[in-house]
Design a protein around this ligand. Structure first.
Ligand SMILES: [Mn+2]
Length: 310
């Protein structure tokens, strides 16, 4: 069994499927991609018939466009593909037999990792996958990705996110494929506990600073709190959305080197819809969009235009 995994590069929910793949299959290759890269990647690989040598191709925590989906549909080996995603904007993919997009089931919010884990348990179960440490870590990833950890007070989910941000994707994958093979129960080692504690303090200070600098604008009938925050995107967004819930509808987090994110905690504010104004999407209360391509150039020109001659 030779597996190819395509998953989301940007967060833990996209990275955890690599670890699960490692535990489930002896032979696999993977590619972590951003949302905007998936279609071009798959289409270029289809041209060279790259996927035909694999037995199964999983696409997790990501969707494909209608065009790419119909290209897969045309293939004689389309059944080798399995998309497992939870983004509301990808629900249309459920018309294809190779896609399973579930946002919520039995009042539980799904994530890319939780859907993939269930799929593996159903079709490729093994003793590794059944360990407490694995199922618990999957639940932490789901709680973090859906931000339900806040609702249930599962601080460990947030802590795992902290460890991921320190380790980075590669080291995180390397560390946890070994850890989960060795351990029946999940825990943090002492060094990780120290990191978690230091990071907590740093994060609180950072959010406090962002709070002071938030700019409020009216955009398309919404009151939007805008911050320029390169770090702690979800924490900044969710914490400010909560603090300012009487003043703003949503928080817009601009990461100059990355993208724009939107967060809300209001029942009647759909940031997935709001993100679509900017060519993005995501979930009801958490979404993202690309930055304008020329933004850095515009910014530089603006700075230069204010130069005083000397
Ligand atoms: Mn996700």
């Amino acid at each position: 069994m030779n597996v190819f995994l395509i998953s989301h590069v940007a967060d833990l929910d996209g990275v955890m499927p690599v670890i699960l793949t490692d535990l489930a299959f002896p032979n696999y290759d993977y590619e972590l991609l951003d949302i905007g890269e998936v279609d071009a990647f798959i289409q270029s690989k289809l041209e060279t018939d790259f996927f035909s040598s694999y037995d199964k191709i999983f696409i997790t925590d990501l969707g494909v466009s209608q065009k790419t989906a119909s290209m897969i549909q045309e293939l004689s080996y389309r059944d080798k593909f399995q998309i497992l995603d939870h983004h509301v904007g990808n629900l249309f993919l459920n018309e294809y037999s190779f896609a399973e997009v579930v946002v919520e089931r039995n009042h539980v919010l799904e994530s890319g990792t939780s859907l993939y884990y269930k799929y593996l348990l159903t079709h490729y179960s093994n003793p590794n996958l059944l360990k407490n440490s694995v199922s618990y870590m999957v639940s932490l990833v789901r709680l973090l990705d859906t931000w339900e950890w806040k609702k249930y007070g599962v601080e460990e989910a947030n802590d795992l996110g902290t460890i991921h941000s320190y380790y980075g994707n590669e080291r995180f994958i390397q560390n946890y494929t070994q850890f989960l093979r060795k351990n029946r129960e999940f825990y943090f080692v002492e060094a990780e506990k120290v990191l978690i504690e230091i990071d907590k303090k740093q994060r609180e200070d950072y959010i406090e600073e962002q709070k002071q600098q938030m700019i409020i604008k009216e955009i398309a009938g919404y009151r939007v709190g805008i911050v320029f925050a390169e770090q702690y995107r979800s924490h900044v967004g969710n914490t400010l959305a909560e603090i300012f819930k009487d003043t703003v509808d949503l928080i817009m987090i601009v990461q100059i080197n990355r993208s724009i994110s939107f967060r809300s905690v209001k029942e009647n504010v759909d940031v997935n819809h709001f993100a679509s104004f900017f060519g993005g999407g995501g979930h009801f209360h958490a979404a993202g969009a690309p930055l304008p391509e020329d933004m850095k150039e515009v910014l530089i020109q603006d700075i230069l235009s204010k130069m005083v001659e000397k």
